[in-house]
Design a protein around this ligand. Structure first.
Ligand code: NAD
Ligand code: UD1
Length: 342
């Protein structure tokens, strides 16, 4: 019988791609999402890609009673992947209480429900933001955690601590925290992808919207960093590769019960690329020109970060291997599809 996985935030960007991968690996999925940053279109996309409609429950995870009702209805959940969170760094500075409440109360509720219903396994979405501006590159899972530069980043640090403390005290629960670097791209079918509301904050949606004529030009924030071309360096990882790492993490939790109770893995490519590298590769992959201008540095940005991925490569037997051109082309195809461009 197919094992049942609860995916919180499953209609969101990374959650929808992961649900597809889970279904394709014969897991049964139940999604909880309150649609505060996504829509039911993602469910249609998942269904069209996989031929299977995931079970869907629309409610806020901060509502504990509804979560208990949901778990009474969907019995026998074997593991949870917890994507649901608010994730806009700038907005979190303006609305810290909303961010702390949403991201922390939903996690506390889930952990209490896991204890109540004896659900033994959790995969948690963390972020490379916990490393801040690293002293040494690439960053390993042992690199120091820096004090968070935004309430959003702080929710990830606190969440990891809450998970550690809970798992030390509650026997029978294990967790894997996955620290994502910069997820980009869309499913190759163009049926699911990233849907930023309003003006995008992240690089790739800003590029695709500029090329689609929605934004006048890409503003490149800073060309005076201490990097080869002066622009910021990040580790951009294909969302499909990222999704597949979650399936590996779930399988590890379900199949191999002798591992440490809490494990942490970096999920990136191991390669640091500059903003200009991305622009040039996007142009090559799509044949489209990106208009851009240099602007001052964006407050709060770091100059460079990229992952040492050897632990995930070895322990999860996983590697991000989608070529960057393919990923950038998928982002452009997705933008064209949602804007009805030919
Ligand atoms: P997303 O906004 O597309 O997906 C999150 C989903 O969670 C949305 O569908 C939203 O409606 C839902 N949600 C939020 N709060 C909820 C609540 N209280 N109850 C029920 N549903 C709720 O974001 P994403 O990019 O898919 O990110 C998924 C996770 O990965 C988040 O935890 C995010 O912090 C983390 N992460 C993302 C990135 C990135 O660049 N996208 C990087 C590092 C970490
Ligand atoms: C940011 C967050 C990170 C979060 C991630 C996903 C910070 C410090 N980090 O990562 O915590 O997990 O988003 O939401 O905010 N850039 C431009 N022009 C743009 C947009 C971006 O030049 O219009 C540059 C940035 O300066 C940076 C790179 O592109 O060098 C990537 O930026 P972005 O996509 O926003 O991701 P991060 O800042 O790395």
């Amino acid at each position: 019988m197919a094992e049942k996985i609860l995916v919180t935030g499953g209609t969101g960007y990374i959650g929808s791609h992961t649900t597809v991968e889970l279904i394709e690996k014969n897991f049964e999925t139940v999604i909880i999402d309150n649609l505060c940053n996504s829509s039911t279109e993602a469910l249609k996309g998942i269904t069209e890609i996989t031929g299977t409609e995931p079970a869907f429950e629309n409610f806020d995870l901060c509502d504990y009673e509804k979560l208990l009702d949901c778990l009474r209805k969907h019995k026998n959940i074997k593991a949870i992947i917890h994507f649901a969170a608010l994730k806009a760094v700038g907005e979190s500075v303006e609305k810290p209480l909303e961010y702390y409440k949403n991201n922390l109360v939903s996690l506390l509720n889930l952990l209490m429900a896991m204890r109540e219903f004896h659900i033994p396994a959790l995969v948690f979405s963390s972020s490379c933001t916990v490393y801040g501006e690293p002293d040494k590159l690439p960053v390993t899972e042992e690199s120091p955690i820096k004090s968070a530069s935004s309430p959003y980043g702080n929710t990830k640090q606190i969440s990891e601590e809450i998970i550690h403390d809970t798992i030390s005290a509650v026997p029978g629960i294990r967790a894997i925290c996955l620290r994502y670097f910069n997820p980009i791209g869309a499913h190759k079918s163009s049926l699911i992808g990233e849907l930023p509301l309003g003006t995008p904050m992240n690089l790739i949606p800003y590029i695709t919207q500029t090329v689609a004529g929605i934004r006048e030009e890409l503003r490149i924030f800073g060309n005076d960093y201490d990097t080869p071309d002066g622009t910021g360096i990040r580790d951009y990882i294909d969302v499909g590769d990222l999704a597949r790492a979650h399936v590996k993490a779930i399988s590890r939790l379900l199949e191999d019960r002798n591992k440490k109770p809490v494990e942490i893995f970096n999920l990136g490519t191991g390669k640091g690329l500059s903003v200009l590298d991305i622009v040039k590769t996007f142009e090559k992959a799509t044949g489209m020109q990106v208009r851009y201008k240099f602007y001052p540095r964006r407050p709060g940005d770091i100059s460079r970060v990229y992952a040492d991925t050897s632990l995930a490569n070895k322990e999860l037997q996983w590697k991000a291997d989608t070529p960057l051109e393919e990923t950038l082309l998928s982002a452009w195809k997705w933008e064209k599809r949602i804007r009805n461009l030919s």
